[in-house]
Design a protein around this ligand. Structure first.
Ligand code: 2P0
Length: 328
C-alpha cells in the first residue's frame, strides 16, 4: 500500500538572527532567534511511501534530482525511516513557490514542508514541537517555519538537541499592520553558503563573543516590542541585530561579505527616510538583498522610494503568514 501526504509551509524572515552552530550535524544553534513567518512564499511537498521503490525518487519543481549530490535530503528521509521503523523508500515531489528572484531562500519552507509531509506519510504522529525539532535537522531556519506569526527558536542546552525547537509567540491573526518589503538587488547564487559563512565566523571572528552576549537581550526587547505593538522599538532592535550579525561575519578571516553597493544604497535610503519621518527599518540575511520592515500605512511610500533606485530589480510585499499544514 502506498501512503501519501502533502504539506505546505511558508518562508520566514529572522528579525533576530540565527548565526552559528554549536553542533553541525544536529544543526544546533549557538543562539536563540526570532522570526516572522511570511504569507506569500511557500513550498508544497507530497511524499508517497511506496514498498515497490528501490530508491528514493526526488523531484524539485518537476525536475528529478540526483539523490547522490543531494545526499542531505536522503539523510533526512533516513532519519524519518529510523524514527518510524518503516524502511520503505519514498517519492518526494516538491514545488517551490519561493521565486529566487524574490530574494528569499527556500530551505526553511522546503524542510518544514518535507518534515510535515514525510513524517505523516511514514505514520509518525508528531507534536508541533517534535516537528520543529525534526525540521531543524534539515535546516535550522526550517524549525521556525513550522509555526505562523512571530516565532521563537530556543537555542536549547542539551547535546542531543531535544530542547532546541521553535514555538509560536503570537500567531498570524495578530492585529498589527506590519509588512515586510523585499528589495532585490541581485539574484546571483551567493559566493559563500550561509552554512560555510557561519562556520567561518564562529571559528575566526573576534567579534563573535560580543554577538553571543548581546542576542538574548535583543530577543527580550523584540518580544516586548511585539507584545506592546511598539513598532519603533521593534524596528530599532531588528536593524541593529542584522548589522551586528554582518559585523561578525565581516570580521571573520577570510571575511564573509554579502553586501553589495546596491545593499548599501538601500541602507542609506532607509536611514534617510527615517530622518524624514517615515518609519522603516531594514534587515539583511546571508545575501545582498534587503528586507524592509514598515507599517502598512507607509508601505506605498517606502516601495515608491525603493523602486527609484537603479540598483533595485524588484520589490515584493509580505505580511504575517501561517504555519505549516497538511493539505488535500
Ligand atoms: C536566519 N540565516 O536566522 C539566518 C540569518 C541567514 C542569516 O538561517 O545551515 O539555511 O541549514 O541551518 O537556516 C540561513 O541558514 O542554515 C539562516 P542551516 P539556514 O534566518
Amino acid at each position: 500500500m502506498i501512503n501519501h501526504s502533502k504539506a505546505r509551509a511558508y518562508t520566514n524572515i529572522a528579525l533576530i538572527k540565527y548565526w552559528g552552530k554549536r553542533d553541525e550535524s544536529l544543526i544546533l544553534p549557538m543562539n536563540s532567534s526570532l522570526s516572522m513567518t511570511l504569507d506569500r512564499y511557500f513550498t508544497e511537498t507530497e511524499v508517497s511511501v511506496d514498498p515497490i521503490l528501490s530508491n528514493d525518487q526526488i523531484l524539485i519543481d518537476q525536475n528529478t534530482i540526483d539523490v547522490i549530490s543531494h545526499h542531505n535530503l536522503v539523510r533526512f528521509l533516513n532519519l524519518i525511516r529510523e524514527m518510524s521503523g518503516n524502511p520503505y523508500f519514498a517519492k518526494v515531489e516538491s514545488i517551490n513557490r519561493v521565486p529566487t528572484a524574490a530574494g528569499f531562500a527556500s530551505s526553511a519552507s522546503g524542510y518544514a514542508a518535507l518534515a510535515l509531509a514525510a513524517s505523516s506519510a511514514y505514520g509518525l504522529k508528531l507534536t508541533p514541537k517534535e516537528l520543529s525539532i525534526l525540521a531543524r535537522r534539515g535546516s535550522g531556519s526550517a524549525s521556525r517555519s513550522i509555526f505562523g506569526g512571530f516565532v521563537l527558536w530556543h537555542r536549547g542546552q542539551l547535546i542531543n538537541g531535544e530542547d532546541s525547537y521553535s514555538e509560536s509567540l503570537i500567531d498570524e491573526v495578530y492585529e498589527w499592520p506590519i509588512e515586510v518589503i523585499s528589495a532585490v538587488v541581485s539574484t546571483d547564487k551567493k559566493s559563500i553558503s550561509s552554512r560555510m559563512g557561519m562556520k567561518q565566523t564562529v571559528e575566526t571572528s573576534p567579534l563573535y563573543k560580543g554577538w553571543l552576549e548581546s542576542v538574548d537581550s535583543d530577543i527580550m526587547r523584540a518580544i516586548h516590542a511585539i507584545k506592546a505593538k511598539d513598532f519603533t522599538s521593534l524596528g530599532e532592535v531588528v536593524e541593529h541585530n542584522a548589522l551586528k550579525m554582518h559585523a561578525t561575519m565581516m570580521s571573520a578571516w577570510p571575511s564573509v561579505i554579502y553586501f553589495t553597493s546596491g545593499t548599501l544604497e538601500i541602507i542609506n535610503l532607509v536611514q534617510r527616510m527615517r530622518q524624514e519621518g517615515i518609519e522603516a527599518y531594514f534587515t539583511i540575511d546571508a545575501g545582498p538583498n534587503v528586507k524592509i520592515l514598515c507599517q502598512k500605512s507607509d508601505t506605498g511610500k517606502v516601495k515608491n522610494a525603493l523602486i527609484q533606485l537603479s540598483a533595485v530589480q524588484s520589490v515584493e510585499i509580505c505580511s504575517l503568514g501561517k504555519g505549516a499544514s497538511l493539505i488535500e
